[in-house]
Design a binder for this molecule. Structure first.
Ligand SMILES: [Zn+2]
Length: 119
C-alpha cells in the first residue's frame, strides 16, 4: 500500500473518531511527507545527472587542446574543452583545414578553436 492510500485510511479513521486536532495533525504530517517525497525525487534526479556526468568525465581524455571520449576501446570526438570544463556540455568540435592546410577544430557553441582563447 502506498503512502497516499495509507494517509487516506488514517485520515478516515481520525475523521470517524471525530477528533479534529488529530485530523489536522495528520493532514500536516501528510503534507510534510509529500514534501519529503518531492525532495527525494529531485535528489534522485540530481544524483542521476551527476552520475552520468561523472561517467562522461571518466571517459574523457585531454590531448592538451581538446577532449576525446574513450569508451569500450572506441575513440570519439574531439569535444570542446571550454564547454565541458565550464558548463559540463559535451560539444563535438568540427574539423576543418586552415588556409595553411593544417587540420584544426572549431566549437560552434562557444566559437573556440582548438580550445585556445582567440585561436
Ligand atoms: Zn565550446
Amino acid at each position: 500500500m502506498g503512502i497516499i492510500e495509507n494517509f487516506k485510511d488514517v485520515l478516515k479513521l481520525a475523521d470517524a473518531a471525530n477528533n479534529l486536532d488529530l485530523y489536522k495533525k495528520l493532514a500536516e504530517l501528510q503534507n510534510s511527507v509529500f514534501g519529503l517525497q518531492e525532495e527525494n525525487r529531485e535528489l534522485k534526479d540530481q544524483l542521476g545527472r551527476l552520475t552520468d556526468q561523472l561517467s562522461t568525465q571518466q571517459s574523457l581524455k585531454h590531448d592538451g587542446e581538446r577532449y576525446w571520449s574513450e569508451k569500450d576501446g572506441k575513440r570519439d570526438g574531439p569535444f570542446c574543452s571550454v564547454c565541458w570544463d565550464v558548463d559540463k556540455k559535451l560539444v563535438r568540435m568540427r574539423g576543418y583545414r586552415t588556409v595553411s592546410g593544417v587540420r584544426d577544430y572549431v566549437c560552434y557553441y562557444c566559437g573556440r578553436h582548438r580550445g585556445k582563447a582567440g585561436g
